[in-house]
Design a protein around this ligand. Structure first.
Ligand code: ZN
Length: 495
């Protein structure tokens, strides 16, 4: 066996374990009987430990060192780079710190739940303080260019710097704040209660399946199931599953949720088969992944042209009270803007402001400019400054998301990055195909083909900024999102 064969074999073994872990994760979040979960979680722990050992093994190190001196294919070259990144990431962390982190974050999640129930941040505070300190150390082990925070950010979004983030978020923030203020002053009244009629689960499911089908989601390589917190998961590129949640009193949860997760799933289903069973058979980054889900959910699913072509189909599945809603009221209602305290309930316009608040706060925590004890007050102040509303308690403030309590810092920016990437791709695709008439005709095949050609098939072969630059001809530019939102809401709110 050559070193290359051994390396390919090692990646196949890692893929096999990762596939098993993904399948167990899907099962834990969808079908598992209540009593089965504990032992299964333990099994998951052993599998994860084994993958970790493979990724940081001496054999891996030897193969990387050996193959770097040889002439290999671009795929092997990129896979080596990726494996080396993972190797460095874990190898430099002292085992006792990693073990401490794993046990601490699980205790912290429990503390977070209790803190939320009792609406008492002080229950979470000591755990969060330790997690911040550990993350500061991890950032140093992983390395960074200018700012320590990049050591964490680059784990999710390789190649991004805080300098670039500060610049694009700064620009986005000031324009969004102005736009939200204009919307608040608008005389246009939107009644979103007209959407809140009972809509039976089975009918919602049928409509969701019809939309997924039209998007080009391959049901021979996936399935749709129900869960509490929806997600899409690539077990392998020929088994990419979507989950959704049905709220019979608000159909938006399932419909827009399914389109969103469907966008993630199309990405994973359309990766180039040459990358299968390598470490590259996944998305380029969390931000690029989110760009795909948001492209489908917002830029298509909440567009006027989408509903022009699908309103009749919607009515075929919807019960009687929906039959008399006129198109314009419906379109406005699904696009209502209302500053709210909870991120996951936020509309298209205010969503990025929720993310920017989290970015500024977590960066300050890692930089040491903000102490954990001062976090709730800092949170509330930013909510008031950016969104004009202030939480009256920490449950609807700093305690709403699990990310920090689970030890995840550097992840939040990827949501807003994905939104900016999506807007930039949206502008680009419009130069190449007549997007609106395509959406109006209900023919999504050319859109899916474009995304596959430009993004999906490349898997993890490219870094996010490299990909955006190649596809759109320029670097990350927040103006596309600002322009898109401005023109959309000028129309809806007659600004
Ligand atoms: Zn998503």
């Amino acid at each position: 066996m050559t070193s290359e064969d051994k390396f390919i074999d090692l990646m196949k073994e890692i893929t096999a374990y990762s596939e098993t872990i993904a399948l167990i994760n899907w099962d834990l979040r969808t079908k598992i009987p209540k009593k089965g979960a504990n032992q299964r979680s333990e099994a998951l722990g052993y599998l994860a430990k084994h993958v970790h050992q493979l990724k940081t093994s001496d054999q891996m190190k030897q193969l990387i060192d050996q193959l770097k001196t040889e002439k290999t294919s671009p795929i092997i070259e990129k896979a080596l780079e990726e494996c080396e990144r993972e190797y460095q990431k874990y190898r430099h962390i002292p085992t006792e710190e990693l073990v401490e982190f794993i046990s601490l974050s699980s205790q912290s999640e429990t503390a977070w739940q209790e803190a939320r129930e009792k609406n008492d941040f002080s229950i979470l505070q000591p755990y969060l303080e330790k997690l911040v300190e550990l993350n500061k150390k991890f950032a140093v082990y992983r390395g960074y260019q200018e700012n320590k925070y990049e050591g964490l950010l680059n784990d999710y979004e390789p190649g991004l710097t805080t300098e670039l983030l500060d610049q694009v978020f700064g620009q986005l923030k000031s324009e969004l704040i102005k736009l939200v203020e204009k919307v608040n002053r608008s005389k246009v009244n939107i009644d979103q209660t007209l959407l809140l009629h009972h809509f039976p689960k089975q009918a919602q499911e049928k409509f969701s399946l019809a939309i997924l089908n039209k998007m080009g989601y391959d049901f021979d390589a996936g399935r749709l199931d129900e869960t509490i917190h929806p997600f899409a998961i690539g077990i392998n590129p020929n088994d990419v599953r979507v989950t959704t949640r049905f709220d019979e009193e608000d159909f938006r949860t399932a419909i827009f949720g399914t389109i969103h997760e469907g966008g993630h799933a199309l990405y994973e289903q359309n990766i180039d088969p040459d990358l299968y069973q390598t470490v590259l058979a996944t998305g380029a980054s969390m931000g690029i992944h989110e760009s795909q889900s948001l492209f489908w959910e917002n830029f298509i699913g909440r567009s006027r042209s989408f509903w022009q072509s699908h309103f009749e189909l919607f009515k075929e599945y919807a019960p009687a009270p929906f039959q008399n809603i006129d198109f314009e009221s419906f379109y406005r209602a699904i696009n209502e803007v209302k500053p709210s305290l909870i991120r996951i309930e936020a509309d298209e316009l205010t969503y990025s402001l929720h993310i920017i608040i989290r970015y500024e706060l977590e960066k300050a925590l890692i930089d040491g400019d903000l102490q954990v004890k001062d976090l709730p007050e800092a949170w509330n102040q930013k909510m008031e400054d950016y969104l004009g509303i202030k939480p009256t308690n920490d449950r609807e403030g700093v305690l709403q998301d699990i990310h920090w309590a689970a030890g995840d810092f550097g992840y939040f920016p990827t949501y807003a990055l994905g939104y900016m990437y999506a807007a930039q791709l949206h502008a680009r695709i419009q130069n190449q195909i007549n997007l609106d008439s395509m959406i109006c005709s209900g023919d999504f095949e050319p859109i899916k083909a474009w995304l596959t050609e430009q993004i999906h098939r490349h898997g993890k072969m490219k870094q996010p900024l490299e990909m955006i630059e190649q596809v759109t001809g320029e670097g990350l530019n927040p103006n596309y999102l600002i322009n898109y939102l401005t023109s959309k809401y000028q129309d809806i709110y007659q600004l």
